[in-house]
Design a protein around this ligand. Structure first.
Ligand SMILES: O=C(O)C[C@H]1C=CC(=O)O1
Length: 96
């Protein structure tokens, strides 16, 4: 199942720089692991914002919840999720 996931990062202003750097490093490693597994298909920065738009390819809602809630930045993000399905006008046969 494909999901569009939008994440907006809101780190507390008082968070020490080294703590933020450590969380971001763990986040990057985990995000790249999920991309290598094919579960995090697309990861795009929203220009001008500390936010991303992503496409996840997972078995079901439960797997999505498990993966997202394990993100090191999860406590500091506003996240919205929308399920996707194939568009009838799409020419891309792998849109499923
Ligand atoms: O930077 C972000 O958009 C937040 C998060 C998503 C992937 C990652 O490495 O960090």
């Amino acid at each position: 199942m494909l999901f569009k996931v939008e994440m907006k990062v809101n780190l507390p202003h008082g968070m020490p720089a080294e703590v933020a750097a450590e969380i971001k490093a763990r986040e990057k490693a985990y995000a790249q692991e999920l991309q290598n597994q094919g579960k995090w298909r697309h990861l795009w920065r929203v220009a001008g914002s500390y936010a991303n738009v992503s496409i996840f390819d997972v078995a079901d809602n439960t797997e999505l919840q498990e993966l997202i809630s394990a993100l090191p930045l999860f406590p500091y993000m506003d996240i919205s999720v929308a399920p996707l399905c194939r568009h009838p006008s799409s020419i891309h046969e792998d849109d499923s």
